[in-house]
Design a binder for this molecule. Structure first.
Ligand code: UGA
Length: 431
């Protein structure tokens, strides 16, 4: 099939690349010339495992092309996938301005037979709203399919190639059938729904996962005071198939470009309809509190942080990504430096992006060893695999004080024993 994908962010690019991998002819379109030029040279704008190799092979196979021109990209496209950003607006609602613009822009080039698929995360009613914009501009009826995306950053390729399910929401059976055919090579379960339910499935999923994280974090905080171990608790609880083991990892809260924004957007939708979704307010409040936990623990331990050198391991909101959006490291860095501490941070891939967000309020180290040298305490903020495999026994010897605040429960008991006299604080564990 001939497919055009608008927007080359995480969702658009991963979708475009993976659809070409399963044999479709894909044109990825973006207004950012620099991005498109880089992509034409096989350079991905995002750090995402496996993406660049698929990019190269599908471009070589001439199934994948990039352009800034809508006319070129939409020419002959049977399916137009919109995957532009819907960032958080000032009032918590999703900002639909990129989507509205995309709708107006494509209207000049859509054909009566083309199917328009919205992959961007959009509040209930948006597909219908966008349809009215396009139809008003082009002057004929178009077919819409809501196809929300469930890929995670850091495993975008794997999630796109092997999705748990594909949701297709449409009020038009033929259009939904065509998109089902597009996805057939993936061999994934396909769920058909009406267009509003499909939109809701996306928010209900993300808000549920965010709430699951806040729930286990509250359990962790309780475990800490009663002397239980949240990892054992999560393991025991998660083995119940009705609950499931995933997303029960306690830590310093969720971040990223999705959960914080989507939970607020769902809350905003509820308030628009005078529904008091108070549980979501708690999900957010618990997460805000959780992101402050390491700093609270440090204050409790040191009293005054003035002049203390804190080594921070990890800056990105989670491992395997360079994305800094809503990363807990941001709040932690601000709080520590406001209290007069000196922060020296290391991250395997996110330092460039962190510099855009945190500027020179912290120092950036080129290795774990540089960050940790002469530190008064170490804070583990992102659970990069390479951090879990570090030789902590020799690392702590380079510190002024062997004190570790582990925000992601990365260290195991044996590693700690090998460290000797280390002071160790984690989340919800008695160690
Ligand atoms: C999330 C969803 O998992 C995807 O299904 C969805 O498609 C995506 O949002 C989106 O809406 O685009 P993502 O934000 O990439 O994906 O990352 P996750 O792996 O879900 O992690 C989100 C945050 O939760 C991270 O900060 C992570 O550290 C935290 N987390 C996750 C925990 O604190 N504990 C856990 O057990 C799991």
């Amino acid at each position: 099939m001939k497919i055009a994908v608008l927007g080359t962010g995480y969702v658009g690019l991963s979708t475009g690349v993976c659809l070409s991998e399963i044999g479709h002819h894909v044109y990825c379109i973006d207004i950012n010339e620099q991005k498109i030029n880089n992509l034409r040279n096989g350079i991905s704008p995002i750090y995402e495992p496996g993406l660049e190799s698929l990019l190269a092979s599908n471009m070589t196979a001439q199934r994948l092309q990039f352009t800034t021109s809508l006319e070129e990209g939409l020419n002959d496209a049977e399916i137009i996938i919109i995957a532009v950003g819907t960032p958080q607006g000032d009032d918590g609602a999703a900002d639909l301005s990129y989507l509205e613009q995309a709708a107006k822009d494509i209207s000049k080039y859509v054909a009566a037979s083309s199917i328009i698929v919205i992959k961007s995360t959009v509040p209930v009613g948006t597909n219908e709203y966008i349809q009215t914009i396009i139809e008003a501009e082009c002057g004929f009826p178009v077919q819409m399919v809501s196809n929300p995306e469930f890929l995670r950053q850091g495993s975008a390729v794997q999630d796109t190639m092997k999705p748990d399910r594909i949701i297709l929401g449409s009020n038009d059976k033929t259009a939904a059938e065509k998109i089902r055919e597009m996805y057939l090579p993936l061999n994934a379960p396909i769920i058909l729904a009406d267009i509003r339910s499909a939109e809701m499935i996306k928010y209900a999923s993300n808000a549920f996962l965010a709430t699951k994280i806040s729930y286990i974090n509250e359990i962790a905080n309780l475990c800490e005071v009663v002397g239980a171990n949240v990892e054992d608790v999560a393991n025991g609880v998660g083995k119940d198939k009705r609950i499931g083991e995933a997303f029960l990892q306690a830590g310093i809260g969720y971040g990223g470009s999705c959960f914080p924004k989507d939970v607020k957007a769902l809350l905003h939708t509820a308030s628009l309809y005078q529904v008091d979704f108070s549980m979501l307010k708690e999900t957010i409040a618990i997460n805000d509190n959780q992101q402050k936990l390491l700093v609270k623990k440090a204050v409790k331990r040191f009293g005054d942080l003035q002049g203390k050198k804190i080594a921070m391991l990890g800056l990105s909101f989670k491992p395997e990504t360079d994305d800094m959006r809503e990363a807990p490291s941001i709040k932690i860095a601000h709080s520590l430096t406001q209290m007069g501490a000196e922060v020296v941070a290391y991250d395997p891939v996110a330092i460039n992006n962190a510099k855009q967000v945190l500027g020179d309020i912290i120092t950036y180290a080129s290795s774990v060893y540089d960050a940790i040298s002469q530190a008064d305490a170490l804070m583990i903020v992102t659970e990069w695999k390479e951090f879990t495999q570090l030789d902590f026994a020799s690392l702590v010897k380079k510190m002024n004080h062997p004190i570790i605040f582990d925000g992601r429960n990365c260290l195991e008991e044996e590693q700690l024993k090998a460290c000797g006299n280390v002071e160790y604080y984690s989340i919800g564990r008695p160690v």
